[in-house]
Write a protein that binds this ligand. Structure first.
Ligand SMILES: [Zn+2]
Length: 365
């Protein structure tokens, strides 16, 4: 209690110092920069020179003048529970809260590949451009995490119906709350007609460069550019877009490349697997998933995924047959229907070297 009182007194001091010379104070705070989420504030002596008499010849005198006027000099910053708020300490023992504005967001977090009008924003970056491994710091004492929705995983990160399912599906009821997984800024909040299957989707970029996607929402309550904290309500679950029933489609991506979200979260227990996550390049393969050893993941990533069906066949979802004509072979037929010899063989239970008869009916889709 005593301590709180002392802090209040300090705050009063700070506030009064603040009001004495607002201009000088703000001038100083503008000389701040952020490295790894810590605000560093420095006093630029040259700037001070410019606002005093030109014939002033002694800098030390000027400094002591300022001190005698009671303008405190910032000497350190402390983190608070709020990523966008710091405590600034001054040399006279006072402190105050300092809200970090948009210009203090670390590095290029909201400028590099910052596209708000489309779901993916790293389309010009190829997998080959990415490093072999990157360490992502997920949480620390002031930056938490939250499972986006506590529910059963109904579909994993894998090949499914011959297409890559680059996230996990979490079962829910329409209208269930969806929460931000980590602190960050909403990059994209897009309606169903702009997202090609994702439905109403939110994309949040986090401080470490990671992006999380929340698809099929019934609606969202944040917009592009909003700062969000882990656990903050961002929208409600639904079944918009390419969806067969209410669920959350949740993706984790780095530089546009997706990897299994189960590598980060244990959705069953609702916990984070580790504070620090080593993201290896082979994790970006759709065949690589949580539960594999790194050797297994690497080997799986080299496997060629099975060919996706043609868009037309997917749309119609019906069987297609071909009657063999003179001079045709399996590879020619496969090419014609945009499929592969092995797919045709599988569909018909035949071997690739089987001789074809003219007039023979083959299923090709
Ligand atoms: Zn999904």
């Amino acid at each position: 209690m005593k301590r709180i009182f002392a802090l209040l007194i300090c705050l009063l001091f700070a506030t009064s110092a603040f009001s004495q010379d607002n201009k000088g104070f703000f001038g100083r705070l503008k000389n701040a920069f952020v490295v790894h989420d810590t605000v560093y504030i420095y006093v630029n002596q040259n700037n001070n020179d410019s606002i005093v008499d030109e014939d002033d010849e002694d800098e030390d005198d000027e400094e002591s003048d300022e001190r005698s006027e009671g303008i405190p000099v910032p000497i350190d910053t402390l983190n608070t529970h709020d990523m966008f708020q710091k405590v600034v300490l001054f040399d006279n023992g006072t402190w105050l809260y300092y809200n970090i504005d948009r210009s203090f967001i670390p590095y290029t977090m909201d400028s590099d590949h910052w596209i708000t009008e489309q779901v993916h924003s790293y389309n010009d970056i190829a997998l080959n451009d990415l490093p072999e491994s990157v360490v992502l710091h997920l949480v620390d004492s002031i930056h938490g995490y939250c499972i986006p929705h506590p529910g059963p995983i109904t579909s994993q990160y894998k090949y499914r119906w011959k297409r890559a399912h680059k996230g996990i599906d979490i079962g829910l009821y329409t209208g269930d709350a969806i929460y931000a997984a980590f602190d960050g800024i909403v990059r994209a909040a897009l309606p169903v007609n702009m997202t090609g299957g994702y439905g109403n989707v939110l994309v949040i970029r986090h401080l470490n460069g990671l992006e999380t996607y929340y698809g099929h929402l019934s609606r969202f309550i944040v917009k592009s550019g909003d700062l969000v904290k882990a656990g903050e309500l961002i929208g409600y679950g639904g079944s918009t877009g390419r969806s067969t029933g209410p669920h959350l489609h949740f993706e984790t991506r780095y530089m546009g490349q997706a990897f299994d979200p189960e590598r980060i979260f244990d959705f069953e227990s609702g916990t984070l697997r580790s504070e620090e996550f080593v993201l290896n390049k082979h994790y970006f393969s759709i065949n690589s998933h949580y539960g594999q050893t790194d050797e297994q993941s690497l080997a799986a990533s080299k496997k060629k995924p099975s060919e996706p069906k043609s868009a037309k066949a997917k749309q119609q979802g019906k069987k297609t047959y071909h009657t063999v004509r003179k001079g045709e072979n399996l590879s020619k037929i496969a090419k014609r229907y945009g499929t592969t010899v092995s797919n045709i063989c599988k569909l018909n239970g035949i071997k690739a070297n089987k001789a074809l008869r003219v007039g023979q009916k083959l299923r090709v889709k």
